[in-house]
Every structure is written in structure tokens, then in C-alpha cells.
Design a protein around this ligand. Structure first.
Ligand SMILES: *Cc1c(COP(=O)(O)O)cnc(C)c1O
Length: 501
């Protein structure tokens, strides 16, 4: 097996090892690292269907992270997927309303980000050792609500690291905010930005590209990396659960080995669905990749028209982790649609940052269609109806993000008459968004209800015990109170790290 190297979607600089790509996060030219090719699974699904989650994780990750030894990878996997998850299976599959819900929220922060962020810090510390990095790694992260907490939970008190999280001050759920501001760990910092997620993300991206800042950091013994889904070390662990889901369906006899499935993913930054695409390219029989958006339907329009246009109204919805107008990981798809033409991709990204839009060619659109992507969106009233429907038909409670995907999936099935077995990525526990979920289930206006009273109500109505992550924040002390303006992010980082700008 040869070594798999990673190169930037913007084409400058040499191809590098997976451990270097994980350490770097974003490429120096502002591009995203992509593997030179997507490896093929070298074990069949009959064999995979007999394996545990950790074993499947090894089979997938060894193919992408070829400069990690077997022992290193196994240690990372075993340390990540342990009792922090509230099920031994790590993920669960629940059949309801004719589709399979792949529950990715059984980790410590009750959203799917745990799937990758419980292993990323381990992959990163191994990478630092491998590459002789002595500087402290400063993880800079923008979060739409879930990444921040999951990343801090992963990095808290990890020696040689600090983590600084920026979140939109008024753009996350109460539980999300409380989870973040109560985070323990002497190396964790949380900052509320007066702006939306795109503001936070572009602030972080510009710090990554700031050569002068980088130099000052290096002088102080620091280097930046990213825990956002642009990091290869997040993308690869996310491929695992699509391979696992298919294996599981084969194992239970729900699909025959080789039979196609469709996958529907509630999408924001395009990381999760890109992982499904990679799973498909590895050999998982996935036909259609249903990319589901909320009112912020920039991706739906892109798949319909080939034009990406972020210049539009930004909606704050009940699925805040998808309130995004600039989906970073789409760049990886665009790059492959151009046939790996870094200069064409760079031109699109330049146009996006300068004019707010770009239009891909018809040939490129055909490539994306052939990959099997379709887009769709659900408005707020549809999201609430979907939660209510699942609850009343099947006594199954889903969160608002999952409901977006479930609704878009229903619409796709009705319009296309496609009856392929479908897996819906279920990305958060309903407890994380109790206000919207209880309102949808009961039809009541819950806007002025107390958050914890709503959680208690959800518990008694659904009969599903609230996860321990919820109990933890009931009494936890608020430890982070920093806020800043959109243009004050760099100063805040300098202040935290004690460097002069
Ligand atoms: C992050 C997140 C999403 C969006 O995932 P992307 O990989 O950014 O597309 C969807 N749902 C929940 C609950 C999330 O936390």
C-alpha cells in the first residue's frame, strides 16, 4: 500500500503527509487539503458487517492516514470511542417512518461533532510528535454551536494545546451556549462574537492567512491549527460512520450486500455530506446524496443552478448549526468537479470572496450530478411538522436539524418516486434543542418557557431519559464571559495568548 498524500485545493506547495495536513488544518494558500485520490475499501461488507465500530474505523482510517502506524491509529481509536459514548455501539440505527435514522449523537456533547472531535485531538498530538513539533498548538475554531463544545471537550487539558472558540453570541441555542460557557479545562477559551457564524468563520480564516500574526505566534512558541471540518482529521473519521451504517444494514439483512442506499444529510458547512461522498467513492453502494438545507438554502440553489451566491438574507432558524451561507467544504467538491484544476478552483473562491458568488460550468455541473448530489430545503413550519409527524406516527423524537433532512428526504422521495432504502444522518439529540422540539410536539408556543423546564417536559413526554450532558450543565458554573465585535477577534486572540500585535 503506497503512501497517500494531501494537496491544497488551491494548488500551491507540495503534497504532504496526512499527519502534516492534520497539523496544518487549512493550507497556507487558503485552500483545503484533499487526498490525491480516494482509497478503495480493501475489506468486503460481509466482513465489515461483523466488525465493531472501532474495527470499521480502523479499516477506513488506515487507508487515509497512511503515515500513522497501526498502533498509533488503534490507540487513537480506542481512546476516542469509549465510555464517553452512552452506547457500546457508538452509533445507533433507528427505523422509523420507512427510513433509517443513523443516530450520531451518543457522544459526550450530544451532537454528531463528537464522532470526529473525540479523535481529532489524539490524531493531532500524534502528528505533532511525528513531525517534531515543539510549539504549543493553538486550535482556533469558529462554531455554529456544536463544534465548539465538542472540540473543547476533546482538547480540554490536552498537554501542548490551547483551544479558542468563537461562536455567534445570539445565534446558538440556550443549551449550546451553556455547554460552551461552562467548559472546564485551563487551556479552553470561549468568545461570543457580535455577528453570525459566517462572520466568526471568516475572522478565523483570515487569522490563518495572516503571515504577520503567524510570525508573532511562532516567536511566542505557538502555532495555529483548526478543529473545523476543513481539517482532514475531522473529515476522515466522519467517513467511518457511513461505511459502518451500510455494513450494519448488510449485517441485519435490511439490504443485500451491493444493494444501493440513499443518504440524506442536514448540511451546513458541507463536511458531513462530503464524508458520505468519500464513503461512496471508497466503494460504499450509495446512490443519491441528499443535501438538506433550512431557510438558508444557498446549497439548494447551487445544486439547482450551478451558481453559488452568498449575497442574500441570512436567516436565524431553529436549526442553528446549519445557519451558514459560506459552506467551506464545498470547495473540496468544486475542486474535484474541475477535475483537480487548482487555478480554476482558486478563481471561483476568489470570486466568492470578492463578489459573493461564482458560477461553475455546465461540464462541472454534470460531474456533480453524476456524483449523485441533489439539494433540497425545508422551511421552519415544515421542520416543526416533521418533528410532530415522526412523534405522532412512530413515537420517535428527532431534533430540528435531523428534521430538516427528514423533511427534504420525504419531498425528494415523493417527487422522484425513488424507493431506495434511505439513511438519514441524525445529527443532534432532541434535548439540545428542546424549546423547538417540545413546541413542535405539542403545538404550544414555548418561547417564554424555562429551558430546563422544557427539558423535563421532553423527558416526561417522550419517556427517553435526558442524556448526562444535560444534567451536567444544569448546575455547572459559568466560566467564560468574553465577548467581542466582528473586527475584534484578532485582538482577542492576542490578548488570550499574551502577544503584542
Ligand atoms: C454541524 C452540524 C450540522 C451541519 O454539518 P456540516 O458538516 O457542517 O454540514 C448539522 N446538524 C448539527 C446538529 C450540527 O451540529
Amino acid at each position: 500500500m503506497g503512501e497517500l498524500l494531501y494537496k491544497s485545493t488551491r494548488g500551491h506547495g507540495p503534497a504532504i503527509t496526512s499527519s502534516k495536513a492534520i497539523l496544518g488544518g487549512l493550507a497556507e494558500d487558503g485552500g483545503l487539503y484533499v487526498p490525491e485520490k480516494i482509497p478503495k475499501l480493501d475489506v468486503g461488507f460481509d466482513a465489515l458487517s461483523e466488525m465493531s465500530y472501532k474495527e470499521v474505523a480502523y479499516e477506513v482510517m488506515k487507508l487515509f492516514l497512511t503515515d500513522y502506524t497501526r498502533d498509533e491509529l488503534t490507540e487513537c481509536i480506542n481512546g476516542a470511542y469509549d465510555e464517553k459514548f452512552d452506547t457500546d455501539n457508538i452509533v445507533e440505527m433507528h427505523y422509523a417512518d420507512g427510513v433509517y435514522f443513523l443516530e450520531l449523537y451518543h457522544g459526550s456533547t450530544i451532537a454528531f461533532k463528537d464522532m470526529a472531535l473525540s479523535i481529532l485531538p489524539r490524531l493531532m498530538t500524534v502528528a505533532a510528535k511525528k513531525n517534531g513539533v515543539l510549539d504549543d498548538i493553538v486550535i482556533l475554531t469558529a462554531t455554529s454551536g456544536d463544534t465548539g463544545k465538542a472540540a473543547m471537550a476533546g482538547f480540554a487539558d490536552v498537554p501542548g494545546t490551547k483551544i479558542i472558540v468563537f461562536y455567534p453570541k445570539d445565534g446558538v441555542s440556550a443549551v449550546q451556549e451553556r455547554q460552551m460557557v461552562t467548559q472546564r479545562g485551563a487551556n479552553t477559551y470561549v468568545v461570543g462574537v457580535h455577528g453570525n457564524f459566517d462572520d466568526a468563520q471568516s475572522g478565523v480564516k483570515s487569522m490563518f492567512g495572516d503571515a504577520e500574526l503567524k510570525k508573532k505566534l511562532a516567536d511566542a512558541g505557538y502555532r495555529f491549527s483548526s478543529a473545523n471540518s476543513i481539517n482532514v482529521g475531522r473529515l476522515v473519521p466522519q467517513v467511518v460512520y457511513y461505511v459502518y451504517a451500510y455494513s450494519h444494514l448488510v449485517g441485519t439483512g435490511a439490504v443485500k450486500n451491493g444493494e444501493f442506499i440513499n443518504v440524506a444529510v442536514p448540511t451546513g458547512n458541507f463536511g458531513n455530506i462530503l464524508a458520505a461522498h468519500y464513503a461512496k467513492l471508497m466503494g460504499t453502494p450509495i446512490k443519491t446524496l441528499i443535501c438538506a438545507s433550512n431557510d438558508n438554502r444557498v446549497l439548494t440553489d447551487f445544486f439547482e443552478t450551478g451558481v453559488y451566491d452568498r449575497d442574500r438574507r441570512f436567516y436565524t432558524t431553529s436549526s442553528p448549526s446549519m445557519d451558514i451561507l459560506v459552506s467551506s467544504n464545498l470547495e473540496r467538491l468544486i475542486y474535484s468537479a474541475t477535475g483537480g484544476d487548482a487555478s480554476e478552483n482558486s478563481a471561483y473562491m476568489k470570486s466568492l470572496s470578492e463578489t459573493g458568488r461564482y458560477a461553475i460550468t455546465n461540464a462541472e455541473r454534470r460531474v456533480i450530478d453524476k456524483f449523485g448530489f441533489v439539494g433540497g430545503c425545508a422551511v421552519e413550519s415544515e421542520v416543526a411538522e416533521q418533528i410532530s409527524k415522526l412523534w405522532h406516527i412512530d413515537r420517535y423524537v428527532i431534533d430540528t436539524h435531523t428534521a430538516v433532512a427528514s423533511c427534504v428526504c420525504d419531498k425528494y422521495r415523493a417527487a422522484s418516486k425513488d424507493t431506495t432504502p434511505t439513511v438519514i444522518a441524525s445529527t443532534a439529540s432532541p434535548y439540545k434543542f428542546a424549546r423547538s422540539v417540545v413546541s413542535a410536539m405539542t403545538g404550544r408556543d414555548t418561547r417564554s418557557d424555562d429551558d430546563f423546564a422544557l427539558i423535563d417536559e421532553l423527558e416526561s413526554t417522550s419517556g427517553i431519559k435526558a442524556p448526562s450532558a444535560i444534567d451536567e450543565i444544569r448546575t455547572a458554573e459559568v466560566r467564560h464571559r468574553r465577548v467581542c465585535e466582528r473586527d475584534g477577534m484578532k485582538d482577542t486572540v492576542a490578548e488570550i495568548l499574551g502577544i503584542k500585535l
